[in-house]
Ligand binder design. Structure first.
Ligand code: SAM
Length: 236
């Protein structure tokens, strides 16, 4: 099992809070036991030197790169949907190597959250994303953003090297749109889809529309499928 350190200093990994508690109370690890500690983009092979209920220190014996961290930066722009669906996408996006999840609002979104509710939803998604991070072996966290307005979203997608716009009316195969870009944005719309005007604006912002096949997928399925195909094409 890998642990997340509070800090790394003087060749020592310091674990606190729930990480230290899990290590000492649940797993009952002791000084001298080997553990693996996750850093930013690296992992450390360590040996515990001191274990208390709320704090543990481990000596770093070896540092190695974390191969599970994404090699490209993939940002998923997801039209705001019900929280249970957003949470599933957040979890799967981490497993599939997405670096940032950026929800946005469009005209056919079913539910537009108020700021307080959106902040709570973001906190929940970040927690779920962190659990997924630990489970799948990554060390770099997926950022979860607050919902963007449609104009903020358009401005952001225009800044990426490649933006793939999942559009159910598109005939363009996803495979052909993928190139060796290091910074890829993915766009998935709401249950009601995009209005023709919004679809035109997304394309005018430089996005390339792509098809995910002949069937209409639910938004959460489309997001997970798109991230999975991009992960396969860019990492495997
Ligand atoms: N309301 C739309 C309709 O009936 O035509 C369908 C919207 S779909 C439920 C939600 C989102 O998933 C879409 O905005 C699109 O981004 C994506 N999507 C679903 N099926 C797709 C497909 N076959 N190809 C590309 N994108 C798709």
């Amino acid at each position: 099992r890998r642990f997340f350190a509070e800090k790394i200093e003087n060749n020592t990994a310091v674990l606190t809070g729930s990480e230290a508690e899990h290590l000492s109370r649940v797993l009952r690890l002791k000084a001298g036991d080997p553990i693996l500690v996750a850093g930013e983009g690296e992992e450390y092979v360590c040996r515990l030197v001191q274990v208390e209920k709320q704090r543990a220190e481990a000596e770093i014996l070896q540092t190695r790169p974390c191969l599970a961290d994404p090699r490209r930066r993939i940002t998923l722009y997801l039209a705001y949907m019900k929280s249970d669906k957003m949470e599933i996408v957040a979890q799967k996006a981490v497993e599939l190597g997405v670096s940032a999840l950026r929800p946005f609002i469009s005209s056919r979104c079913v539910k537009v959250p108020e700021e307080k509710a959106a902040a709570k939803a973001r906190e929940r998604m970040s927690r779920i994303a962190f659990e997924a991070l630990k489970q799948c072996g990554r060390t770099r966290a997926m950022e979860v953003g607050m919902p963007l307005s449609f104009s903020e979203f358009l401005q952001e997608i225009s800044g990426h090297a490649l933006t793939l716009f999942a559009y159910e009316q598109s005939q363009k195969p996803l495979k052909e749109a993928l190139c060796g870009a290091e910074d890829i944005a993915l766009v998935v719309g709401p249950e009601g889809g995009f209005s023709p005007e919004e679809a035109a604006e997304i394309e005018a912002a430089g996005a390339r529309q792509v098809s995910l096949g002949r069937r209409i997928l639910r938004g959460e399925t489309a997001a997970i499928a798109l991230a999975a195909i991009v992960a396969y094409e860019t990492e495997c």
